[in-house]
Design a protein around this ligand. Structure first.
Ligand code: KIV
Length: 299
């Protein structure tokens, strides 16, 4: 299983690594089996899974629900739970309680928190009690209203100095890695060189130790023009639409289900074409669904 020590070793050995978001059992299982070393249950699920315009409406219960499913699917990856807006802002005690639930209830190995400043002290306290912390600076989506939108951060010298200072503070507080989001490549490079712990970039150029993308963006499941930093490795939205249309056409034309998809009664042949009308229940074959043949979802 990948641990925070392995992630540090990757940086020490100069080996670049990938992180992806995962929000459900099946995608976590696929990504885990594909060897992705870190899976982030990101609060971006609020946008890509739940249809919110920002990550702000996502609750701790939403996150735990998805994190539990991811933990059921992944066996090897380091699992990081994203602390949602208002789950760590009220006090250090609230942060400890929320982070503890990610580890104790949802099977996460680490948590991610956005921002520097007060988050540095929270990071210190969490790591002191054995909860590894991934920091996140630069474009921090939970600050969308303060940033005036999802805008690249660190373009001015003053902003860049602030982000570098926050990153150093998080490292000193015990963070095991830091996400750098939406910052100029030059700044990401400077931070990566200044830190002992690995940086993981998204919209931060090629110099970071690792890269992260939102799974649905890189699979081409999200629609519209992709942001500049996204590379689409598949076009699954089109593929799903094609498959759904083909299925609907087959149903309409009586081509699905075929004989190979049918159940037969004990000792008798599959239904003939003339009897193959309607669902098993309307054909009086409901008992086959509780017989010895396994009938379950998910392959
Ligand atoms: O919520 C998320 O998915 C993230 C990553 C994009 C870093 O924070």
């Amino acid at each position: 299983m990948t641990t925070v020590l392995d992630v540090q070793r990757l940086k020490d050995e100069g080996r670049r690594f990938a992180m992806l978001t995962a929000y459900d059992y099946l995608s976590a299982k696929i990504l885990d089996e594909a060897g992705i070393p870190i899976l982030l249950v990101g609060d971006s699920l609020g946008m890509v899974m739940l249809g919110h315009p920002t990550t702000l409406p996502v609750t701790l219960d939403d996150m735990l629900h998805h994190a539990k499913a991811v933990a059921r699917g992944a066996k090897q990856a380091l699992l990081v739970g994203d602390m949602p807006f208002m789950s760590y802002h009220a006090s250090v005690e609230q942060a400890i309680t929320s982070a503890g639930r990610f580890v104790q209830e949802a099977g996460m190995h680490a948590v991610k928190l956005e921002g520097g400043g007060r988050v540095i002290e929270i990071t210190r306290r969490l790591t002191e009690i054995g909860i590894p912390v991934m920091g996140h600076v630069g474009l921090t989506p939970q600050f969308v209203h303060q940033m005036g939108g999802f805008k690249v951060q660190g373009k001015t010298d003053a902003q860049a100095a602030r982000i570098l200072a926050d990153a150093k503070g998080l490292e000193q507080a015990g963070a095991f890695s830091i996400v750098l989001e939406g910052v100029p490549s030059k700044l990401a490079s400077a931070i990566t060189q200044a830190l002992r712990i690995p940086t993981i970039g998204i919209g931060a150029g090629p110099a970071t130790d690792g890269q992260v993308l939102v799974l649905h963006d890189m699979l081409g499941l999200t629609s519209g023009k992709a942001p500049k930093f996204v590379k689409r490795y598949a076009n699954l939205a089109e593929e799903i639409a094609r498959a759904a249309t083909a299925y609907a056409d087959d149903v309409r034309d009586g081509k699905f289900p075929g004989p190979e998809h049918e159940y037969s009664a004990n000792g008798s042949a599959p239904a003939t074409d003339s009897t193959r009308q309607g669902s098993p229940r309307t054909r009086g074959e409901a008992s086959e669904f509780v017989g010895s043949e396994e009938v379950r979802y998910g392959g």
